[in-house]
Each structure stands twice: as structure tokens, then as C-alpha cells.
Ligand binder design. Structure first.
Ligand code: ATP
Ligand code: MG
Length: 259
């Protein structure tokens, strides 16, 4: 198995405590790095269509370790989705630092960011963004195909993972557009986890689901953090979900505080 190095040009000199490179099972051909996340004085503003400045994040700071599941709560519009987008390198910060392991997200160039996202991050979006004209298994396969795993092997793993979250072969072979909301959300979780990312960013993963389905989905994401020693960050309004996480941070007035 060849060892893939994390992007170097944007690295920081400081190594986080307990950080170590750990090789994953050869079957995936991937590696994982137990990393912490360190966020300092993060600021982000948007301009409204009228040209008014909206200060969403006004100096948010926190840190978290591998193996942890952290809930982010806060009122609608507080900036939870914005924060997750910055953490995953989907949007640029205005100010502040985000250090994922040794990788400085805020200083990385677009190529490094794309690679970081593909290899290290799993996103479960608030609106899941699955492709409705592909089957459930094909949707789950997509991130593996980007990493050049063969179609046959990617499908095998996708079907297995879907089965683990209770979606049988019939569902795996169904077009996503024909599935229920709860089934679609489980497919979205599988798509996020299929590459065994070190960082999982989940935005309202249980929104609009019945309590039982939401609870199952939440538990599968949280247990992923513990089983894989990954870092899971979940933005949610769901108190029950927050309670199964290791801790909760509240986002209000653009800053984070511990409950
Ligand atoms: N691209 C953008 N342009 C302008 N304003 C934006 C943009 N993205 C987000 N905002 C504004 O930033 C604020 C925070 O939005 P965000 O989606 O992060 O909130 P949230 O906490 O995730 O809310 P919810 O709980 O409803 O999902 C909102 O007022 C939103 O309108
Ligand atoms: Mg949101």
C-alpha cells in the first residue's frame, strides 16, 4: 500500500498532542490521521443583496480531538452551516485560523483544499444533495470513484455499508429519487462515511425525520467517531442528538461557548 502524504505546503510546524499517522486496513488503500481540530478567532461576513454587511461569525474559537463527537447548537441563522462550510474548506474565512491536524485550512490553496476534502472530510449536508437519477449504491460509490477505486469494488463496499445502516439490496438498487426522506438521509450518511474520513461534518442530519429514524442515523454517525477515532461535528437543533454527543457548543452572537 502506498503511503499518501497530507498536503505539505500549508502545514503548520506545531504537531498536536497525541497526533499520529495510523494506516488503515489495506482494503481501502487509504490512511487516516488521528487529528485534532483547532479553530481560533474565526470571522465571516456576508453582504446582503442590499449591500448590508452581515457579521455571522465574530471570533469563534474551539478545539476538539479525534474520537470526539461535538454538537453545535444555536438559533436558526446563528451561523452553524456557515461554520461547517469553513471547517470543511468549502468557503473561505475572512479572518482566523483553522488547523486540522497539521493542515491549515485557512491558508491552503484550492488544489490542496480539494484534496483535503476528498481524502479527509465526509459531509452530510442539511439538504443532502444526492443525485436522484443514480441508485443509492451509485451515490454512495461516488467519493470512492474519485479516489480511483474500481467500480466493482466501490459498489461492493457501498452495498455493504448501506446494509450496515439497514438499507437492503432492494434499496441499494433503487433510484434515490424513489426513496423516502429517511432512506435518502441514510444514503447521504453512507456517502459521507464510505471513504472513512478523519473529519465528518454533519449539518442537521436528522432534520425532518421521525424520531426513531433520526435517532438511528444520529447514533450511526456518533459511533463512527468512536469506532474509527474520527472527529465528528454535528450542527443540530435536536437536543436528543446533542445529548448523545460528547459535548455541545452553543453558537450565539457569532461566538461559540461550551454548555
Ligand atoms: N452566501 C450567503 N450570502 C449572504 N448571506 C448568507 C450567505 N450564507 C449565509 N448567509 C446568512 O448568514 C446567516 C447564517 O446562516 P447559516 O445558514 O449559517 O445559519 P444556520 O445557523 O445554519 O441556520 P439554520 O439553523 O436555519 O440552518 C444567515 O443570516 C444567512 O442568511
Ligand atoms: Mg444551517
Amino acid at each position: 500500500m502506498s503511503k499518501v502524504q497530507s498536503p505539505k505546503s500549508a502545514t503548520c510546524d506545531t504537531q498536536l498532542p497525541g497526533e499520529s499517522v495510523r494506516h488503515k486496513s489495506a482494503d481501502l488503500g487509504l490512511w487516516t490521521l488521528d487529528f485534532g481540530l483547532s479553530v481560533t478567532d474565526l470571522r465571516k461576513s456576508f453582504s446582503s443583496r442590499e449591500g448590508e454587511r452581515i457579521d455571522v461569525l465574530r471570533g469563534a474559537s474551539f478545539s476538539a480531538s479525534a474520537g470526539e463527537a461535538v454538537a453545535i447548537m444555536g438559533a436558526s441563522g446563528a451561523g452553524k452551516s456557515t461554520l461547517l462550510h469553513l471547517l470543511g474548506g468549502l468557503e473561505a474565512t475572512d479572518h482566523g485560523n483553522i488547523l486540522a491536524g497539521q493542515f491549515a485550512i485557512d491558508r491552503a490553496n484550492p488544489t490542496e483544499l480539494a484534496r483535503f476534502r476528498n481524502e479527509r472530510v465526509g459531509f452530510v449536508f442539511q439538504f443532502h444533495h444526492l443525485l436522484p437519477d443514480l441508485t443509492a449504491a451509485e451515490n454512495v460509490c461516488l467519493p470512492l470513484r474519485i479516489t480511483r477505486v474500481s467500480h466493482r469494488e466501490a459498489m461492493r463496499r457501498a452495498i455493504q455499508l448501506l446494509d450496515e445502516v439497514g438499507l437492503d439490496r432492494r434499496v441499494a438498487d433503487s433510484l434515490v429519487g424513489h426513496l423516502s426522506g429517511g432512506e435518502q438521509q441514510r444514503v447521504a450518511v453512507c456517502r459521507a462515511l464510505i471513504t472513512r474520513p478523519a473529519l465528518v461534518l454533519a449539518d442537521e442530519p436528522t432534520g425532518n425525520l421521525d424520531t426513531t429514524t433520526g435517532d438511528e442515523i444520529a447514533r450511526s454517525i456518533v459511533s463512527y467517531a468512536r469506532n474509527r477515532r474520527a472527529l465528528v461535528i454535528i450542527a443540530t437543533h435536536n437536543l436528543a442528538l446533542a445529548e448523545i454527543c460528547d459535548r455541545t457548543l452553543i453558537l450565539s452572537n457569532g461566538r461559540l461557548r461550551q454548555t
